[in-house]
Design a protein around this ligand. Structure first.
Ligand code: SF4
Ligand code: SF4
Ligand code: FES
Length: 377
């Protein structure tokens, strides 16, 4: 048994007081959880402390909080490990516990999941719309397809990814990591009848799949390894490559512009980024009328970037290239990757590495995840 100091963020909107920090000491074995520490405070010193919890086994998703500034489950975080983490990041071993971010606080550590998280889940039509015609008996589904969506089915709706999503912080209207991972659960399900419509909807929504900035925060935050960012990238790939959706937000063109610029110069050539993103790109042909508004709205950002010296006008206009041997190495990577998708190799393999283990015959363990075999675009 050891003593641990918890520094808890307190807030009661009904009191009219501003949020404040409060320190309490708890006695626990170090393999106990931070949640047990919080519940000990409630039981022994302050019953008014607000925390939501149920299963205490990382299953129900209700105890999401930030511990030492990082989102996670209080019941899944060992209190000893949290103390060592606090020491490592210079907080002197005091374990800081605060509510999840990007959601309004109801009281102390309880956030309003209805106002943000569940609203966004509703946004993606979170249920199966059965493929027509309905079979006389059950739908027969390939085993690989179900393995492919198992990763998204592991989500326990804890909101940890929502808490630290940088895009949601900048744009609260962004559909967000948890809801988009949920969307993949149905897009990837062969029994669903609305795959194209779902992808079109999520591509055309300016706060949809192209609003993610690849910051990886949701990947790090998720206690169930759902990899929401990975699911968003899969939605994008299927929408653009398989369903041939070119969105009005220019998401597909912008991605292609970045990719082709790096292929051609080895570095981002800012002066060509906009023309290629907004229609000058021969890969995607004509200028999209809806992109005109986007182009105009980007001008202040461009001026700001130049004024703040994030972009040097000389480099932006004249471009910059890697030394020839480095550029050759970059091009070789592209050739290697694009070669895998050449017409001579008509199949594309995706490995979902989420499910690992040994099969029943006791063969070597291998990623037994979905070897998703699809026709190349
Ligand atoms: S990777 Fe995308 S969805 Fe995930 S936290 Fe970052 S911006 Fe949000
Ligand atoms: S994706 Fe992960 S972090 Fe996000 S709600 Fe689901 S389980 Fe929680
Ligand atoms: S109490 Fe259920 S996930 Fe923590």
């Amino acid at each position: 048994m050891a003593d641990f100091t918890l520094r808890v963020r307190r807030y009661d909107p009904e009191s009219g007081e501003a949020p404040y920090w409060e320190e309490r000491t708890v006695s626990l074995e170090e393999h106990r959880s931070v949640l047990e520490g919080i519940l000990q405070i409630k039981a022994r010193s302050d019953g008014s402390l607000g925390i939501r919890c149920s299963c205490r086994a990382a299953i129900c998703g209700s105890c999401g909080v930030r511990i030492n500034g990082e989102p996670g489950l209080a019941c899944k975080t060992h209190i000893g490990a949290a103390q060592r983490h606090s020491q490592a990041i210079g907080k002197g071993g005091v374990i800081e516990v605060e509510p999840l971010g990007n959601m309004p606080v109801i009281k102390d550590l309880i956030v309003d999941m209805d106002a943000v998280h569940w609203k966004k889940i509703q946004r993606v039509t979170p249920y199966l719309i059965g493929r027509q015609p309905v079979p006389e008996r059950e739908y027969i589904v390939p085993r690989e397809s179900m393995l492919d969506i198992t990763q998204t089915m592991a989500c326990i709706q804890c909101g940890a990814c929502v808490s630290d999503c940088l895009s949601m912080e900048a744009d609260p209207g962004f559909i967000g990591p948890a809801a988009l991972a949920k969307a993949y659960r149905f897009v990837g399900d062969p029994r669903d009848d609305r795959r194209h419509e779902r992808l079109l909807d999520l591509s055309e929504d300016p706060q949809g799949i192209f609003d993610c900035t690849h910051c990886f925060k949701c990947v790090q935050a998720c206690p169930k390894e759902v990899n929401p960012m990975g699911q968003i990238m899969r939605l994008r790939r299927i929408a653009s490559s398989d369903e041939q959706i070119v969105d009005a937000n220019n998401g597909v063109r912008h991605e292609a512009a970045l990719s082709t610029l790096i292929r051609d110069y080895g570095l981002l050539h800012e002066a060509e980024l906009l023309p290629r993103s907004y229609g000058g790109n021969s890969w995607f042909g004509k200028f999209h009328p809806a992109a005109a508004r986007e182009l105009l709205s980007s001008l202040p950002a461009i001026v700001k970037a130049v004024l703040r010296r994030k972009v040097s006008p000389r480099q932006a206009l004249l471009g910059h290239k890697l030394p020839p041997e480095d550029l050759k190495a970059v091009k070789a990577i592209y050739e290697h990757v694009e070669g895998r998708r050449s017409p001579h190799r008509s199949e594309r393999y995706e490995l979902n590495l989420f499910i690992v283990g040994e099969d029943e015959d006791g063969n070597e363990s291998a990623p037994a995840g979905a070897a998703d075999k699809e026709q190349s675009a």
